[in-house]
Structure formats: structure tokens, C-alpha cells
Design a protein around this ligand. Structure first.
Ligand SMILES: Nc1nc2c(ncn2[C@@H]2O[C@H](COP(=O)(O)OP(=O)(O)OP(=O)(O)O)[C@@H](O)[C@H]2O)c(=O)[nH]1
Ligand SMILES: [Mg+2]
Length: 353
């Protein structure tokens, strides 16, 4: 199973400008002759692979792209300006497909690759062009060509930056829904989530990452119990795991240990991956219970958890910031010990990833 980000967009090249019909009219110059200029060419539609994008999210907000129309020609042999091109900027790895979703138009596999998807319509000839030995004063000009248009699909294979793990009912899907536009099924029974889901977190226009929600793990998952560990493959390549522990359950330390054991049993470096420990659903606890549960979990894990609620939103931003920091570290954008960037808002002092 692949996580795909795909969307349909409509593109249209610009129409060419019309040619002009015009005659030279000046004092003392009789029969000045035709001087209607040609119309400008319509703009093209291009697509370009760029660095620094990892989703097609921008194309969810805007689906119609239209290149500029060529300006019509004018008298005194003036040509119209060409219409402006449109350049669609997409992440590296985006495939461009025809409307049938199968025929590949272009594979944007390297940074800087540019492909023209549609050509703008040519401008029409002005009447000056039609002047000949027979017809010295043509009274007609061409209209511009209409720009082509079509629907295309953009498709990108997404790779999650952050993985959500925890027991069933820990609130993983609720958290995903709270921080992204994803709308996973959420319910008050275990194994609500049967297949992984992805969401894009938009901390700011330049701070975006992909988060993966996978089905809950239970004791024995590595031997195939519950839904097993087969979905852990989707978080193998993430920069960090967010481990959610449901604060409303009896044994928070046991819950944490169970998931850790299953991660270790799965192998593939999951147990060594950076983990952000979270005590979730804290909105449901009174202050003393919060403290007691947090202490219990800290004792087991060896460091304090972040106290978060996907429902009330408490500390959600601080958690995302912490995850984003790990993502940037793994992308090599910041040094491992870059403390200047440490989250300050709402994060307990003892906490570290
Ligand atoms: N009070 C409270 N309830 C929560 C919170 N987050 C989730 N819940 C509730 O916990 C239940 C389970 O939430 P889900 O988001 O479906 O849990 P999950 O981890 O995705 O569960 P699975 O998909 O079965 O593994 C739902 O009834 C949620 O409404 C929270 O922060 N506070
Ligand atoms: Mg779920």
C-alpha cells in the first residue's frame, strides 16, 4: 500500500490576441496602406519540479490555472504582447497524468525539470500581413488561436515524516484530525483504524510535514495479534515517532512498555528511533491524577512525557513544534544540539526528545 497525494487540476493555455485591421492615415500621405499589427501569442502552461516542497497541498486550494491571453495587435504595425505563462511548481517525484489517470505525461523526477504541458494559441495576423500585389488594402485580419485546455492529474508518493504509535484507543486518529485536514474515523472502541492514514501538518507555509496514523498495537502484535505489526513499515522511514499513551487508562506505564516491546520485536531500527513521549487525553483528568499519571510514566520511560489533549488542543502546538524540530534534524537542516531552537511554549523543562 502506498500513501498517495493526488489531485485533479484544470489547465488552460492563453488565447492568442487578434490581428488588427488598420490603415495608415496621415496628412499628405494618401493611400497610406494597411498597418494592422499581429496579435500576441497566448501564454503557455509549464510544470516545474522544485526543491523544498513535499506535498501537493497547494493544489487543493487552487485547481484552475489559466495562462494569460495575448494582447491584440494595433495600428501602426504594433504587435500585441504575448500572454503570460503559468508555471506550476510541484515537488520532486510528482507524476503528471492524463485525465484517464494512467497515461503518463511527465515524470518530474529531478529538481529544475521543466515541461511544457500546453502551448498558448498563436496571435492572429494583422491586415498588414495580407497586403499583396493584388489586394493592396486588405480589410481583414486573423483572430487569435484559442488556447488548448485540459484536465490533468498530479500524483505524488508521500513519505511520512512523523509516525503516531500507541495502543488502540490512545487517540491517534483524533490527534491526526486535530492537526491536519485528514478526517480519519474516530470511535470509542479499539481498532477503529484499520489502514494507515496520512495528514499534512501546516505549522506555517515553510514548515510542513507529513504525519502518519497507523492502527493500534497490542501485546503480541509482533506475533500477529490484533492487526499485527504489518503497518509499522509505514513509519520505518519517519524522522520521529510520537508515542501516545492514553492517560485515562489504569496502567499508563504498562501501556507504554507494551508498545515499546512490540516496536523492539519488529526491529528495523524502530526501537532506536527518536520518540516523543506523550500522555494524551489529559483534559479528562483532574490536576492530581495528571501529576500522578505523568510521574508513573516518567518513572517507566526515564523521562517526563508531554501532557497533551487532542480534544482540547492543550500542548498540541508545542508537540508539533517538537516533532518539527526532529524532522528538521533528520533532514540535516539543523544540528542535533541546536538548543536555540528548543521549544519554549508549554513544554515541561525536563522533557527532551
Ligand atoms: N477526553 C479525550 N478523549 C479523547 C482524546 N483523544 C481521543 N479521545 C477519545 O478516545 C477514543 C479513541 O480515539 P481514536 O482517535 O479513535 O483512537 P485511536 O488511537 O486512533 O484508536 P485505534 O484507531 O483504534 O487504534 C475516542 O472516543 C475519542 O473521542 C482526548 O484528547 N481527550
Ligand atoms: Mg485510529
Amino acid at each position: 500500500m502506498k500513501f498517495l497525494d493526488q489531485c485533479k487540476i484544470y489547465i488552460r493555455a492563453g488565447d492568442g490576441g487578434a490581428g488588427a485591421v488598420s490603415f495608415r492615415r496621415e496628412k499628405f500621405i494618401e493611400y497610406g496602406g494597411p498597418d494592422g499589427g499581429d496579435g500576441g501569442k497566448g501564454g503557455d502552461v509549464w510544470i516545474e519540479a522544485v526543491d523544498g516542497l513535499n506535498t501537493l497541498i497547494d493544489y487543493r486550494y487552487q485547481q484552475h490555472f489559466r495562462a494569460g491571453t495575448g494582447v491584440h495587435g494595433m495600428g501602426r504595425d504594433r504587435h500585441g504582447h504575448n500572454g503570460e505563462d503559468v508555471v506550476l511548481r510541484v515537488p520532486v517525484g510528482t507524476e503528471v497524468l492524463e485525465d484517464d489517470r494512467e497515461t503518463l505525461i511527465a515524470d518530474m523526477d529531478v529538481v529544475g525539470k521543466r515541461v511544457r504541458l500546453l502551448k498558448g494559441g498563436n496571435g492572429g495576423f494583422g491586415n498588414a500581413y495580407f497586403k499583396g500585389p493584388v489586394n493592396r488594402a486588405p480589410r481583414h485580419a486573423n483572430p487569435g488561436q484559442t488556447g488548448e485546455e485540459k484536465a490533468i492529474w498530479l500524483r505524488l508518493k508521500l513519505i511520512a515524516d512523523v509516525g503516531l504509535v500507541g495502543l488502540p484507543n490512545a487517540g491517534k486518529s483524533t490527534f491526526l484530525a486535530a492537526v491536519s485536514a485528514a478526517r480519519p474515523k474516530i470511535a470509542d472502541y479499539p481498532f477503529t483504524t484499520l489502514t494507515p492514514g496520512l495528514g499534512v501538518v501546516d505549522l506555517s507555509p515553510n514548515e510542513r510535514f507529513v504525519i502518519a496514523d497507523i492502527p493500534g498495537l497490542i501485546e503480541g502484535a509482533s506475533e500477529g495479534l490484533g492487526l499485527g505489526t504489518r503497518f509499522l513499515g509505514h513509519v520505518e522511514r519517519t524522522a520521529v515517532l510520537i508515542h501516545l499513551v492514553d492517560a485515562t487508562q489504569e496502567d499508563v506505564a504498562g501501556a507504554w512498555r507494551t508498545v515499546r516491546d512490540e516496536l523492539a520485536a519488529y526491529g528495523e531500527g524502530l526501537a532506536e528511533k527518536a520518540e516523543i513521549l506523550v500522555l494524551n487525553k489529559v483534559d479528562a483528568l483532574d490536576p492530581e491524577t495528571r501529576e500522578a499519571k505523568a510521574a508513573e510514566l516518567a518513572q517507566a520511560a526515564g523521562h517526563a512525557p508531554m501532557l497533551v489533549s487532542g480534544v482540547s488542543g492543550e500542548n498540541v502546538t508545542a508537540l508539533l513544534r517538537a516533532a518539527w524540530r526532529q524532522v528538521r534534524q533528520s533532514r540535516g537542516e539543523i544540528a542535533i544540539d541546536d538548543e536555540d531552537d528548543a521549544p519554549s511554549d508549554g513544554t515541561p523543562g525536563e522533557w527532551r526528545p
